[in-house]
Structures are given as structure tokens and as C-alpha cells.
Design a protein around this ligand. Sequence first.
Ligand code: NAD
Ligand code: GDU
Length: 328
Amino acid sequence: MAVLVTGGAGYIGSHMVLNLADAGEDVVVLDNLVTGFDWAIDGRARFEQGDAGDVAFVRGLIEKYGINEIVHFAGSIVVPESVTNPLKYYGNNTATSRNLIEAAVAGGVKHFIFSSTAAVYGMTGLAPVIEETPLNPMSPYGRSKLMTEWMLQDVAAAHPITYGVLRYFNVAGADPGKRSGQSTPLATHLIKVACQTALGQREKMDIFGTDYETPDGTCVRDYIHVTDLIAAHALLLKHLRRGGESTTLNCAYGQGYSVRQVVDTVRQVSGVNFRADEGPRRAGDPASITATGEKVRKLLGWVPEHDDLNEIVQHAYDWERHLMTRNR
Ligand SMILES: NC(=O)c1ccc[n+]([C@@H]2O[C@H](COP(=O)([O-])OP(=O)(O)OC[C@H]3O[C@@H](n4cnc5c(N)ncnc54)[C@H](O)[C@@H]3O)[C@@H](O)[C@H]2O)c1
Ligand SMILES: O=c1ccn([C@@H]2O[C@H](COP(=O)(O)OP(=O)(O)O[C@H]3O[C@H](CO)[C@H](O)[C@H](O)[C@H]3O)[C@@H](O)[C@H]2O)c(=O)[nH]1
């Protein structure tokens, strides 16, 4: 009996593998390494290189390893790219997930956990969202993920499988033990870009838009430490295993920070007053998106341990430094 982690060579999936392996679980990673790295997969997991949308291949894995649960991280994740290349997102997010779910149902998989996103909400105003807030994704990325949520609802109504959808807010930070982190060199995420700029890997960074209707004119996001996010996955897996119902949960702290606040925090943590130019808005960005995270706390008993922007940035910065020495 093993847990299948798709995208386990990527940023968030590699932390799930650590959590499961630390708990003594048998883990199989399925990843095509399009953005992930085989060195990011913990040595205690078994690795199968392939595509999560390859039904026959996934069916073979389910049989070979006796897979009862799938935690599905594999996908394409860059919001602005989804605006210029939507079919990539409807392909690698929606269609790939559809095939993976088909393989799961055919192979008798019992539980399915899916990485969804705050981007399913779209523009929401300044108040934190709850799971019942109307969904109105602003980007093909958000829509490609929402379609997967819908597929899971329909499939779970028709077949003996339960699911958990986790809508991640902005994931950041790294394993406190420096075993994994965000390793994609050309990542577009704010905290990663700011840390790279502080370390001199980029000459400067840009602040995308200063004319939003937010307190300081820059976009507001709810940054969640990757280790806390993964703890929610582990609790969700337990919930489903003990017969808990399918559920959809926001993963967030309920605290928003603006782009300027994040840039200032990275300057403080690094001690480098790096260059951050004010530029135009980036396509597909909502002004503000935060959530209370009340449902995940109540249903799963989730208690965040790293809900502090300084700590998140410190861990992200430490990982970035670690990558520099690693790549030397
Ligand atoms: N990073 C965030 O802030 C964030 C926020 C919300 C949701 N998410 C979701 O979390 C998941 C993981 O994101 P991440 O930040 O770790 O990204 P990532 O790019 O680091 O990881 C994705 C992994 O999936 C693999 N992959 C992609 N397509 C595949 C396919 N068809 N078959 C097999 N493997 C494939 C990649 O090689 C990579 O290892 C994604 O589904 C993403 O949409 C991320
Ligand atoms: O160099 C940069 C990078 C980002 N930003 C700004 O910082 C904010 C956060 O941007 P990120 O790219 O870090 O994150 P997003 O909010 O765009 O998206 C992230 O979180 C979403 C959920 O909120 C999605 O799930 C998505 O996968 C994930 O990349 C945005 O306002 C963006 O415009 C900058 O100003 N400069």
C-alpha cells in the first residue's frame, strides 16, 4: 500500500513526500520533471518518471504499488503564462487531471487530494473569502483548476472515491531543515524573485502595479508557509482515511501582505536594500485575495506553526542561499 504523489519532484510536492516519509508512509512519486528535479525527491520515496495524464501508465502504477490514495500536485502554475497560452493550462491542468482521475477510478483508488488555488475566486474585494464565496476566476489558470474541482465533485457522486480539494493561497518558504524549497531557477513568485534579487542573482525586480485599490496600491496576498500547507494535507489524508466526507478547504492564515510589505521584509531579512522598480500591472492579477482558513482549522484541527512573514521569508532566503552553494 503506497501513496502516489504526482508532481513530487516539484516545490510543494517534494515537501509532501518529506512529510509522508517522515511519518513512515510508503511513497511513490510520479513526475515528468518538466519543472521538477529528481534530486528534490527524498531518497525514501520511489520515483517513476512519466506523465500524470497517461492513463495506462498510471493504472500500471496503481496496480504495481497497491495505490489507495493519490495526492495530485502535478500541473502548470504560472498565472500570466496561462493568459498568453491558455491551452497549455487546459491541457496540463484540466485534461491531465481528467485522465489521472479516470485511472484512479478504474484502479479503485479510494481517496484523491487535489492542489487547487485561491485563483478560483478571482477579484473578491478586500474582505477575506470563505469556501462559499462565489467563484469567478480571472485567469485560464484559475479556470483550469476550477474545472478539475468540478470533475472531482461529479466523479465522487458517481463512483466510490472521496476527495479533498485544498485551495492554496500564496505558498512560500521552505522546509525549516533545508531539505527542500522552491528550486525552479526562473520561478515567478514574488518572495522567490525578491530573495534572488537580494542575493544578486537578478540585477533588480519589478513591482507589478501600484495603482490597485489596496492600502498602498500594490496587490495583497495571504502567504502560507509550505510546511504548514503540507501539514493540512496530512490531516486531510487522515480525515479521508477514517471515512470523512469529501471536502473543499481554503489554506490560508487570514493575514494579507502587500507587494511592498513583502519587498520590505525581504530587504530586512537579507540586510540588502535591493532595487525594486515600480512597473505596470501584470495580466491576470486580482488586487487582493486572503482567506480566514477557519474551515480547515475546524474540520481538520489544523494549527499553523509558521504563520509569520519574517519566518517565511527567512526560510525562503536560506533555501536560495543553499541553492547558490549547491550550484557552485
Ligand atoms: N506555488 C503556489 O503558490 C501554488 C498556489 C496554489 C496552487 N498551487 C498548485 O500546487 C501544485 C504544485 O505547485 P508547485 O509550486 O510545487 O509547482 P512546481 O512546478 O514546482 O511542481 C509541479 C511538479 O509537477 C510536475 N509536472 C507537471 N506536469 C506534469 C505532468 N503532466 N505529469 C507529471 N508531472 C508533471 C513538474 O515536473 C513538477 O515537478 C500545482 O498544481 C499548483 O497549481 C501552487
Ligand atoms: O516579480 C514579481 C512577482 C510578483 N509580483 C506580484 O506579487 C504578487 C504575488 O505574485 P506571485 O506570482 O508570487 O503569486 P500569484 O498571486 O500570482 O499566484 C500564486 O498564488 C496563486 C494563488 O493566490 C496561484 O495559485 C499561483 O499558482 C501562484 O503562483 C502579485 O501581485 C504579483 O503581481 C511582483 O510585483 N513582482
